[in-house]
Design a protein around this ligand. Structure first.
Ligand SMILES: Cc1cc2nc3c(=O)[nH]c(=O)nc-3n(C[C@H](O)[C@H](O)[C@H](O)COP(=O)(O)OP(=O)(O)OC[C@H]3O[C@@H](n4cnc5c(N)ncnc54)[C@H](O)[C@@H]3O)c2cc1C
Length: 389
């Protein structure tokens, strides 16, 4: 086993140990945001014995938002690996499940070498199973929370109730589009449903852009990749060290100004290395059907693989929370404790935590299933430690 694999296993064991204490009563618990991050938190709370959890969300299906975006770019395999799932414990991961289902050791062998990317269909079937097994639909209140106010011993959510423990998992605050393409009828965002024209320009250089190059080429289009810099190539969306205890501890020790710089650097576009990506591009380039350009050149369709708007200010709930409670921020980020809680609003009597992309200050890869687990486990550990009122 490589050092990094051993390190990650130790890290997961530590997370599990944090959750072994028996739960106490008296904790009113809410999750705001009913996407994958909300499901991971909810399933983790159920796993440690809390049945009385309220989830506020906009969709009944926790995969609704993700499913639509993944379908738009025709994603067939996860970028994450076996442990990129929504169940509370890391084991069994999606590779073990696939091996048991198919009777083939292939997924396990590839997983040991960090080379197993589960099919999207398997992942979605697993989400549906966890949703059903945990009675998610019974916990869900279909409502958008517009305001979270700190009150004595808890948080008032829009007047719907006071909860001592609240985890906010609101997802990304909308799609990012280049200003120069505003109102341009040729432009479509990669995460919105679309077909391919004969001549396609793809703006961006991350995983969605790379997926779109291959999709458009397979559909017979001529493709121009519009990008200002060369993308990084790495299997996961951030360096593996940031998923380990040691790498994360180093990040947490980094002074604020430097930390902002790191988070900006980590958000640079990247997609995985490998022949699966390179060969179709090399072939198409040789045929004159794929090229790279620094600017737009008047193609009939422009696909904006430009990801999401960045920063808590684009999320009305978070912006209001920060302004009304004068929370500490650092440029685009809300400053969090290493356990993903908001320090000014969390003590032994109550906890307000973030998960998903707004939790990057605590875990740079917060917008991954591993990041969601990180926040969920630490949140559940605080609920478990809750003193009986
Ligand atoms: C195409 C694509 C592929 C990806 N592939 C991978 C992968 O392979 N592996 C991996 O680990 N990660 C992957 N990710 C990253 C991550 O898993 C997704 O971004 C995931 O959807 C994030 O989950 P979330 O719960 O934070 O946000 P979302 O899934 O967007 O869910 C947030 C939910 O909360 C609701 N909400 C927001 N505000 C409120 C409010 N105030 N009150 C009530 N409800 C609210 C929203 O309407 C939404 O339903 C991928 C992302 C994309 C876009």
């Amino acid at each position: 086993m490589s050092g990094s694999v051993r390190e990650r296993r130790r890290f997961r064991q530590q997370s599990r140990r944090n959750l072994t204490a028996a739960p106490t009563s008296g904790a009113a618990v809410a999750v705001v945001g009913g996407g994958l991050g909300g499901l991971v938190a909810y399933a983790t709370l159920r796993h440690v014995g809390f049945d009385d959890v309220t989830v506020f969300g906009t969709d009944t299906d926790p995969a609704a938002v993700w499913r639509e975006r993944a379908a738009a770019i025709r994603q067939r395999f996860m970028r994450s690996e076996s442990d990129g799932h929504v169940a509370p414990a890391s084991f069994p991961g999606l590779a073990v499940r696939a091996a048991l289902r198919t009777g083939s050791p292939g997924p396990l062998l590839r997983s040991v070498a960090d080379r197993y990317n589960p099919p999207v269909d398997d992942f979605l079937a697993h989400v549906a199973e966890v949703r059903q097994r945990t009675a998610w639909d019974d916990a869900l209140v279909r409502a958008r929370v517009n305001r979270i106010s700190a009150v004595e011993d808890g948080f008032d959510l829009d007047g719907r109730g006071v909860f001592r423990y609240v985890l906010i998992a609101p997802g990304h605050p909308g799609l990012a589009r280049p200003d120069e393409l505003a109102g341009d009828p040729r432009a479509v965002h990669a995460y919105e449903p679309h077909e391919y024209a004969d001549n396609v320009e793809v703006v961006g250089a991350g995983m969605a852009a790379a997926t779109e190059w291959l999709n458009a080429l397979a559909a017979g289009a001529n493709v121009t990749s519009v990008r200002r810099r060369e993308p990084e190539r790495r299997p996961l969306n951030l360096p593996r060290t940031l998923f380990s205890r040691r790498g994360l501890a180093a990040f947490h020790r980094t002074p604020q100004a430097e930390r902002i710089g790191l988070l900006r650097r980590y958000s640079a576009p990247s997609y995985p290395p490998g022949r699966r990506w390179d060969e179709p591009l090399e072939r198409a380039a040789a045929e004159g059907r794929f090229r790279v350009s620094a600017g737009l050149n008047g193609a009939t369709q422009v696909i904006c693989a430009t990801g999401f708007r960045r920063g808590f200010r684009h999320d009305a709930l978070l912006a209001r929370l920060v302004d009304e409670h004068r929370l500490e921020t650092a440029e685009d980020w809300i400053v969090l404790a290493p356990d993903s809680t908001i320090p000014a609003l969390s003590d032994e009597s109550r906890t307000l935590a973030l998960a998903g992309v707004p939790a990057q200050w605590a875990f740079p890869a917060a917008d991954t299933l591993a990041g969601m687990k990180y926040a969920a486990h630490r949140f559940a550990a605080r609920v478990v430690a809750c003193p009986t009122p």
